[in-house]
Design a protein around this ligand. Structure first.
Ligand code: SF4
Length: 565
C-alpha cells in the first residue's frame, strides 16, 4: 500500500489519519469556519456527510476550516471564527451542542449572540425533517443536501461579510441562499398555550415561505467517499463509499425516502446514485490505502448496476466488504456471495413487520416467500447469520401482527437451522415530512407489551434486541415538536441531559408555573388532524400536503384484511 498525504489534524495528533486528498492552504482573508460534530471523534470520523463537507472546504483557499468534536475542544477563541457549522443527526445531539456552546462561552439562544460571535448553523437529518424544537439555539439551518448549498452560502457571505448588524446579515443570507432557513426571521403564533399553531409568518416580505430543500441533481459529481481514513473511527481504517442516496420505495414512515423527494415536476428521482464506473474508480483509488470498504446508502442493492460492482469486488482478493441494510427483493445469490467473500458474517434485512396487512399499510411491498428466499440465499452463501430489523406500533397495528413477525422468524429458523437469527426492533416514531407525520405513536406501556410478545415467542429462535421505549418517546415528542419546547430542552440539559431528566424537567417547570406549552403526550402520542398547521410548514415537503396525507391513509380494503404472513 502506498502512503497518502498526511498532516497533523487539528489537535488530533494522537490519531493516525490518512488524507486521501491534498488540502489547500487558505489565504489570509479566507472565511474562518469550524465544522462541529456534536459527538466524540470516533463517531465524527465515520460520518461521511460531515467529512465530505469538511474536505470540500479544506481544498478551497477561500475557506479556513477546522474540525471540532464533542471530546476535542480547542484553545481557539470562538470570536475569531465567522461560522460554526454543526452536523445534527439525532435529536439527543442537542445536549452535546449545548455543551459545546458552554465550553466556548457562546450564548445558548441565538437572539443573545453579538455580531462578534460566529454565525451558528446546522444541517443534517434533524433539520431536514423538523428543526423547530431547536429553532432558538441556531442562527439558521441548511435544509437539504449540503454540498452545493455550502458553496452558495460562502459566496453570499463574502458579499455581506462587513454588515455590522447580525440580524441584517442573517436577513441578507436568508434571502439569497436557497435552502437557508433562519428561524428568527419567522413569527409563530398559537391557538393558546395548549393549542396548535395558528399562523407562521415571515417577518419581512422577502423572506421565503416555504424554504425549499436543496437536492443535488447530478450525483456523479458528488459521490461521497471517506476523505480522511482514521484508525480511531468507529469504522476503523475503512473507506466508506456512497452507492445510493435516498430510496424510491416510499415506505410511509421513511424519512430516507421522503426527504429525498424533489418538488413536484422537478424530475428529481428520490433515489439517486452515481455511475458504477465512478464508484469503482473511487474504490480503486481508496484501496491503495486500506483494504476495508463499506458500501453506504439507504438501499445499496437498489443501484441498477449493483451486480457490476459485485463482479468488480469479487475479482479483488483480500478486501473486507461491509454494507448497511439490504432490501429483501433486491438480494441475489451473487450479492450474498460477494459479502460472504468480503468477510461479512451476517447481513441485515429491514422487513419492519411479518404481517401482510401491515406491509400493505406501510407500503412495504415485500412478500412472505421473498423474505424466506432471501434468508435461504444467506444460508447458501455460508453466512453465519441474518439480522432482521422490525418495528412495533405501526399505525393500525394489532398484537396479532406482532405475533406474525415472530412466526415468520420461526419459519426462517426451521428452513435454515444453522443460521443465527437476530432481531433488532424499535417502536414506530412518526417523522415530520413523511405520510405518517399525522399518525400517533403508541404509549410506552404498549411498546413494552409488544416487545414482550416478541421476546416471549422468540425465546428459542432469535436474539432479540429492542430499543428503549423511553428513547423512542423522546424522539417522538421532539420529532413533531415546536419551538415552545426550547424551554424544556434547556431545563433538561441543565438537569444532566439523560433520558431520565425529561420528565423531571417538565415537572419542575410545571411546579414553577413556567409551562406555556402542551404536555409531551400532546406532541408524541396524538393523531393530528389534516388541517392543523404543522410546526415545520415553513419548510417545503416536496409533495403537496394533501397528497402526503392521502398516502398515509390505510389502503383500500385494509379494514377487512386478514392476519396472515
Ligand atoms: S425500502 Fe427501506 S429505505 Fe426504502 S423507503 Fe422503505 S424503509 Fe425506506
Amino acid at each position: 500500500m502506498s502512503k497518502a498525504p498526511t498532516r497533523p489534524a487539528y489537535r488530533q495528533d494522537e490519531h493516525q489519519e490518512t488524507y486521501l486528498y491534498q488540502p489547500v492552504a487558505p489565504h489570509a482573508d479566507a472565511v474562518r469556519i469550524a465544522m462541529v460534530y456534536p459527538a466524540p471523534y470516533q463517531i465524527a470520523m465515520s460520518s461521511l456527510g460531515y467529512l465530505v463537507l469538511f474536505q470540500q472546504m479544506d481544498i478551497n483557499p477561500d475557506i479556513d476550516v477546522r474540525r471540532i468534536y464533542a471530546d476535542t475542544l480547542t484553545e481557539h477563541n470562538p470570536r475569531e471564527l465567522e461560522f460554526m457549522g454543526l452536523s445534527f443527526a439525532f435529536e439527543l445531539d442537542i445536549v452535546k451542542v449545548l455543551d459545546i456552546y458552554a465550553a466556548y462561552d457562546i450564548p445558548m439562544f441565538a437572539k443573545d449572540r453579538e455580531r462578534s460571535h460566529p454565525l451558528i448553523f446546522a444541517g443534517g437529518p434533524v433539520p431536514m425533517s423538523n428543526p423547530e424544537p431547536f429553532a432558538e439555539f441556531f442562527d439558521f439551518f441548511l435544509i437539504g443536501e449540503g454540498e452545493e448549498v455550502m458553496v452558495k452560502l460562502m459566496e453570499a457571505y463574502r458579499k455581506y461579510r462587513d454588515i455590522p448588524d447580525r440580524e441584517e446579515l442573517i436577513h441578507r443570507l436568508a434571502t439569497e441562499v436557497p435552502g437557508l432557513y433562519a428561524p428568527g426571521m419567522y413569527d409563530v403564533a398559537y391557538e393558546g398555550p395548549d393549542g396548535p399553531i395558528s399562523a407562521i409568518t415571515p417577518k419581512y416580505p422577502d423572506i421565503p415561505m416555504p424554504v425549499q430543500k436543496q437536492l443535488i441533481a447530478n450525483m456523479d459529481d458528488y459521490i461521497a467517499s471517506t476523505p480522511i481514513i482514521s484508525d480511531k473511527a468507529i469504522f476503523s481504517n475503512t473507506l466508506l463509499v456512497e452507492v445510493m442516496r435516498g430510496c424510491a420505495h416510499r415506505c410511509r414512515f421513511c424519512l430516507a425516502s421522503y426527504s429525498m423527494l424533489g418538488p413536484m415536476g422537478s424530475g428529481l428521482p428520490p433515489a439517486r446514485g452515481g455511475t458504477i464506473e465512478k464508484i469503482i474508480k473511487i474504490i480503486e483509488n481508496g484501496i491503495q490505502y486500506t483494504d476495508k470498504v463499506g458500501l453506504l446508502g439507504a438501499l445499496v442493492s437498489d443501484h441498477p448496476e449493483f451486480p457490476v460492482l459485485c463482479d468488480y469486488l469479487d475479482a479483488k482478493e483480500g478486501l473486507s466488504i461491509s454494507s448497511s441494510s439490504l432490501r429483501v427483493d433486491t438480494l441475489t445469490q451473487q450479492i450474498a456471495n460477494t459479502f460472504k467473500k468480503g468477510g461479512q458474517k451476517q447481513l441485515t434485512l429491514a422487513i419492519e413487520t411479518g404481517s401482510e396487512r401491515m406491509r400493505r399499510r406501510i407500503n412495504k411491498n415485500l412478500k412472505h416467500p421473498q423474505i424466506l428466499e432471501a434468508a435461504a440465499m444467506m444460508s447458501k452463501a455460508g453466512l453465519e447469520g441474518v439480522k432482521f430489523y422490525g418495528m412495533v406500533g405501526l399505525p393500525d397495528e394489532d398484537d396479532h401482527d406482532v405475533e406474525l413477525l415472530a412466526d415468520l422468524l420461526k419459519e426462517v429458523r426451521k428452513d435454515n437451522p444453522k443460521l443465527k437469527i437476530h432481531l433488532g426492533c424499535s417502536s414506530f416514531v412518526p417523522k415530520a415530512g413523511t405520510p405518517f407525520q399525522w399518525q400517533p405513536k403508541i404509549s410506552n406501556k404498549l411498546v413494552d407489551h409488544r416487545f414482550n410478545i416478541l421476546r416471549k415467542h422468540l425465546l428459542k429462535t432469535a436474539d432479540v434486541r429492542a430499543s428503549s421505549a423511553k428513547w423512542d418517546y423522546f424522539q417522538a415528542f421532539l420529532s413533531r415538536g415546536d419551538r415552545r419546547l426550547s424551554k424544556l430542552i434547556v431545563r433538561f440539559y441543565e438537569l444532566g441531559g439523560s433520558l431520565g431528566s425529561v420528565n423531571r424537567a417538565y415537572k419542575e417547570l410545571k411546579e414553577e408555573g413556567k409551562v406555556d406549552f402542551p404536555d409531551l403526550d400532546w406532541y408524541a402520542l396524538r393523531e393530528r388532524p389534516e388541517n392543523e398547521i404543522l410546526p415545520w410548514e415553513m419548510i417545503s415537503l416536496g409533495v403537496p400536503k394533501h397528497i402526503l396525507y392521502k398516502e398515509g391513509l390505510p389502503p383500500p380494503g385494509f379494514e377487512n384484511a386478514k392476519f396472515t404472513n
